[in-house]
Ligand binder design. Structure first.
Ligand code: NOJ
Length: 727
């Protein structure tokens, strides 16, 4: 192993001088990959080996303004690239939007809104002179207690794929490189840097690779290889996952960067497909790198070819050109090392409106016996109970990277965070909404259940707030090392809910949670409604008000399964160094279906203030072989008396001989319908949706036999099923 050699001399990035500007970035001119490669090859062909290597090497931890930077080169000129977290907005920066987390975006099941979320994030990153956004995260929710579940888009590969691709398209339309991460099998925080995830080829392709395939089709510019090992080989040294699959099978034309400190070698990494080492150091904070002069030496020794280094560089340069970053690219306006030195650039525009509406669109109404929506006219006193309704007295950013749990939960912790410009708490949102018309009483002291009961007893309606938090392993919150120690509500939540329900027959529970929790009180009739508010970001209280008081009719649907008991889940986080994915394809709802376990709330579930009827499901097949096209249509009618949106979902059952779990999500749409109106919804399935991975031929194949399309309102609320045969 080569180490101990200092990196090449660099052209350092200078920190910005203090200046205040507002955002007026021109629309970037995007190129196709082919066009971008022509420009990149022309530039890279003029570069020396040292120059090429500089473009692939990070400038090391905390040496330059962004969370990751590459070195610039001159003659020919290529700038230092700025890479910055994270999946929901710009980390370590001021005057930015702190929006909903990936999982809450996913629970909107709204493709257009997810694309728009990507766009506004792209505009903010570009406006701050950041070339590469370190998101989206598409880590599948494998274990309900895994710490970073809230950063990605849930338990289902199809949903992850749609949300991932829409996010990539949105970010990149604005001229910023999106990064799909963490490739691959980084599905828990425990031992993430010391474990191997062992997964069979079919499961890899059908579950974990699926979202990457969709993002590659969407043109994603970069992919981050993960900390963990895969079948005993480090993620960033893995020839199979990087060269064979990502660059080979999927035809990925962008570049692979390491997760921070996930590079373990020079020759093996580079020859296995790693194109950029981040943040550059061998061990973060040391003075050494596996790339830099170690890489030029490896070329001199003949262990890495000069062509491979040119390929690495061309991939990076082409991605830069593809996003139109060579024209009118703003000066970098973040400074992670010294925040006060960052240029003052305001990029938020009116993005708060999108955050508010997506916070509401991503809210899932789990239970409602008719108590919701609330009407100000019929309430005199409303009790707010639980610290999750209130603010952190030290401010919403009191703990670095949200590494504590004080007040309402609007973000998990770790690198997936942004600093809040402000945080509207539920208390503030409700207070602003009800004004003087309703008397608000409250207790935010979670451990005094008697006080909670007393306040509840005197109110018309008691709103009880609780949460469950998690994050990345380098921060420990209340003994939780990233992953959660259990699936219970935090801050005495269950006891508060039970105490309130003992004292008042009209309890509404509001939960902000990173992923599923246990709800031992769910069948208590006094708990009349449960609102699942997810991880809503800076507009939390306003989004909640929109749902509680009916300005928005809930249409969020669960992006994961909520089980009745912890043991019902097929997988939980394990404290092992060998993590066998023995569940194979039976992940999430597929596990519950395959083992006939009744979930508490199934994948795809969510209530509305209106009702929807489904009729006339029809299926039509055209073409054959790989050109087959199957079309399913359904008529959806808003049969209630409130306008609202429905999310019809299409699930496919494969022929029995395929050996698949009972059903797979393969289509969904969000349709807005005025009361009494109906609309025809169409789903199309082709080779992608109808194939399984054949581990013998190493190919996607459409199995022959009888398929069934199930159309319904959730994975368990199937309204009609129609079969078709593939010869
Ligand atoms: C490690 C995290 O796993 C990754 O998601 C993040 O982008 C980098 N740190 C940089 O903060």
């Amino acid at each position: 192993m080569e180490c101990g050699i200092k990196t090449l001399p660099s052209i350092l990035i200078t920190a910005g001088t203090l200046l205040s500007t507002s955002l007026a970035a021109p629309t970037p001119q995007l190129l196709t990959w082919d066009e971008a490669y022509i420009k990149a090859e022309a530039l890279v062909s003029q570069m020396s080996l040292e120059q090429m290597v500089n473009i692939t090497t990070g400038t090391k931890w905390r040496r330059t303004p962004c969370i990751g930077n590459t070195y610039s080169v001159s003659e020919p000129d290529f700038p230092a690239l700025c890479l910055q977290d994270g999946p929901l907005g710009i980390r370590h920066a001021d005057n930015v939007t702190a929006g909903v987390a990936g999982v809450t975006a996913a629970s909107s099941w709204d493709k257009q809104a997810i694309r728009e979320r990507g766009r506004y994030m792209g505009r903010e990153f570009r406006g701050k002179g950041i070339h590469v956004q370190l998101g989206p995260s598409v880590d599948i929710v494998r274990a309900p207690d895994a710490g970073r579940n809230w950063e990605g888009f849930g338990e289902d590969p199809y949903l992850q794929g749609v949300a991932g691709a829409e996010t990539v398209l949105g970010i990149q339309e604005e001229g910023v490189v999106a990064t799909a991460k963490h490739y691959v099998f980084n599905n828990q925080e425990t031992n993430r840097k010391a474990s191997t995830s062992n997964v069979d080829e079919r499961t890899f392709h059908e579950i974990y690779l699926w979202p990457y395939a969709r993002m590659v089709e969407a043109g994603v510019g970069s992919v981050m290889c993960s900390y963990n090992m895969i079948d005993d080989i480090w993620g960033c040294e893995n020839d199979y996952t990087m060269n064979t699959v990502l660059k080979g099978e999927l035809g990925f034309r962008g570049y692979i960067m390491s997760d921070w400190g996930a590079t373990h070698s020079t020759v093996l990494s580079v020859n296995s497909g790693l194109d950029m080492t981040m943040p550059g150091d061998i061990i973060m904070g040391d003075d050494y790198t596996y790339f830099g002069s170690n890489l030029t030496d490896a070329v001199d020794r003949g262990e890495v070819t000069a062509e491979r280094v040119a390929d690495m560089t061309t991939r990076i340069v082409a991605t830069y050109y593809k996003m139109g970053q060579d024209k009118d690219f703003p000066e970098t306006a973040v400074n992670f090392v010294n925040r006060t030195m960052a240029l003052e650039v305001f990029v938020q525009a009116d993005h708060h409106k999108h955050v508010r509406s997506m916070g509401a669109a991503g809210t899932v109404l789990l239970k409602n016996d008719g108590v919701l929506p609330l009407s100000i006219d019929s309430i005199d006193t409303l009790a707010l109970i639980g610290s999750d309704a209130s603010d952190d007295p030290n401010g919403p950013n009191s703990c670095v990277s949200r590494g504590c749990s004080n007040g309402t939960l609007a973000m998990g912790w770790g690198s997936g965070t942004a600093d809040f410009p402000y945080l509207i708490t539920p208390h503030q949102g409700i207070e602003a909404h009800v004004g003087d018309d309703v008397e608000l009483t409250y207790t935010f002291w979670d451990w005094d259940v008697e006080e909670a009961a007393e306040i509840a007893r005197q109110a018309d309606i008691a709103l009880v707030f609780s949460n469950a938090d998690s994050g990345e392993e380098h921060i420990i919150v209340d003994g939780n090392v990233g992953d959660r120690n259990n699936l219970s509500l935090w801050h005495n939540g269950d006891a508060l809910i039970e105490a309130a329900a003992e004292a008042n027959e009209n309890v509404v529970v509001i939960i902000h949670a990173v992923s599923p929790v246990l709800m031992p009180w769910i069948d208590n009739p006094h708990v009349r409604a449960v609102v699942w508010s997810g991880i809503p970001g800076q507009e939390s209280g306003n989004s909640l008000v929109d749902i509680l008081f009916g300005a928005v009719n809930p249409s969020g649907r669960l992006p994961y399964t909520i089980a009745r008991n912890e043991e019902d889940y097929g997988v939980l986080v394990v404290n092992e160094t060998v993590i066998e994915y023995t569940e194979k394809l039976e992940l999430g709802y597929k596990h519950f279906d395959a083992h006939d376990i009744e979930p508490l709330f199934e994948f795809g579930f969510g209530l509305s203030y209106t009702t929807f009827e489904y009729s006339e499901v029809e299926v039509d097949t055209e073409g054959e072989g790989d050109d087959i096209k199957v079309t399913a249509t359904v008529e959806v009618t808003n049969s209630g008396d409130v306008d609202g949106a429905e999310i019809p979902q299409a699930y496919i059952s494969f022929p029995e001989s395929a050996g698949e779990p009972p059903k797979h999500l393969r289509g969904f749409e969000k349709v807005y319908l005025k009361a009494g109106k109906k609309s025809k919804v169409t789903f199309e399935f082709g080779k992608t949706e109808l194939s399984i991975w054949d581990s013998d031929s190493h190919e996607w194949v459409i199995p022959s036999g009888e398929f069934t399309v199930h159309v319904g309102a959730s994975s368990r609320d199937i309204r009609d099923s129609v079969s078709f045969t593939v010869e």
